[in-house]
Write a protein that binds this ligand. Structure first.
Ligand code: 13P
Ligand code: SF4
Length: 311
């Protein structure tokens, strides 16, 4: 068992300075991780922050594909993650060889991949998108350009609805967002009829149909800050509530539970693998590191840069 310093927050801060490290954290991280981070954001904002940093070390508190993206964009920095096993069900649902087979069957299709995928899947893609810019990325193609969208079928179906397209969809889902219960939503709405329902586009279509607003984590946060409603039912990972409470302390925030009220299944088990203890050890030992071959990095970089170029 590792001996850890008594003042973990102080020790992380000292190591951050010593290593010239920047701590980036996703909105789904535990509040104590968000509070010690240098920058908190959604996946697009974090990719941009990783691209811009002048720090020698990036400690990425999020999941594997996010830290991997930081490495693809910033090969000269050391990128570390508190727990290398922090994966993502969407990335796991789309192995690159299987996507390559589907792509071969649809040779006239452009491949647009949601950033929640492996570097190998990015390398097979024409362009990447995040939940913040997905609609803009899809609209950047001519109307008659067939598209294969991977790996989230719910985000893909939502984009088809928004744009009137009929993209071919890879059948992946997020284990967290598919668990939100429509029945629980109806129960909550009957008790809070004036509440606005806000949802991440990874939720199932039947749930998105009930939402007053659908958007990425940063868009949901902005909506809570600026909308006139005083109560919001939040259909995404409840880690985001920490920043919502800070930004709008007078508003009532009701996290939507999953189907089974007795489990914490609306929490992302991958995001929650990261802890302050593991952050300390990662900064101390400069591992686990994100590494990849240069040919793979360059192949994954091209579609990411196309996304970044779209603004
Ligand atoms: P954002 O793009 O909103 O950060 O979402 C990432 C994610 O993994 C949602 O489950
Ligand atoms: Fe992946 Fe879902 Fe976790 Fe987001 S919430 S990182 S999509 S498993």
């Amino acid at each position: 068992m590792e001996k850890l310093p008594h003042d973990l927050l102080g020790a992380i801060d000292a190591l951050r300075k010593e290593r010239n490290a920047v701590i980036l954290a996703h909105y789904y991280q535990d509040p104590d991780i968000q509070d010690i981070a240098d920058f908190i954001g959604d996946s697009l904002q974090l990719a941009r922050a990783a691209q811009k940093t002048t720090a020698d070390v990036i400690l990425f508190c999020g999941v594997h594909f996010m830290a991997e993206t930081a490495k693809i964009l910033n090969p000269d920095r050391i990128v570390i993650i508190p727990d290398l096993a922090a994966g993502c069900s969407l990335a796991d649902a789309c192995p690159a060889p299987a996507l390559a087979k589907m792509k071969a069957k649809l040779p006239d299709h452009k491949v647009v991949s949601y950033i929640n995928c492996s570097a190998e899947v990015k390398a097979l893609s024409d362009v990447i998108c995040t939940s913040s810019n997905a609609e803009r990325v899809i609209r950047s193609f001519p109307d008659d350009q067939p598209i294969l969208f991977a790996p989230d079928r719910n985000l893909g179906a939502w984009l088809n609805k928004r744009t009137g397209r009929q993209m071919a969809l890879w059948p992946g889902t997020c284990i967290v967002h598919e668990t939100f219960s429509e029945r629980k939503l109806i129960e909550l709405l009957s008790r809070h009829p004036a509440a606005k329902v806000i949802a991440h586009p990874e939720c199932e279509p039947t749930l998105l149909e009930q939402a007053h607003f659908v958007g990425s984590t940063s868009a949901l946060l902005e909506f809570v800050k600026t909308d006139s409603a005083s109560t919001f039912i939040v259909a995404t990972e409840p880690g985001i509530l920490h920043q919502m409470k800070k930004a709008a302390p007078t508003k009532e925030l009701l996290p939507l539970p999953g189907t089974d009220e007795n489990c914490a299944c609306n929490e992302c088990p991958h995001m929650r693998r990261n802890t302050l203890e593991k952050m300390y050890l990662a900064l101390r030992d400069l591992k686990p590191r994100l590494e990849m071959s240069e040919p793979l990095r360059l192949a994954a970089l091209a579609p990411l840069e196309r996304m970044m170029g779209l603004g």
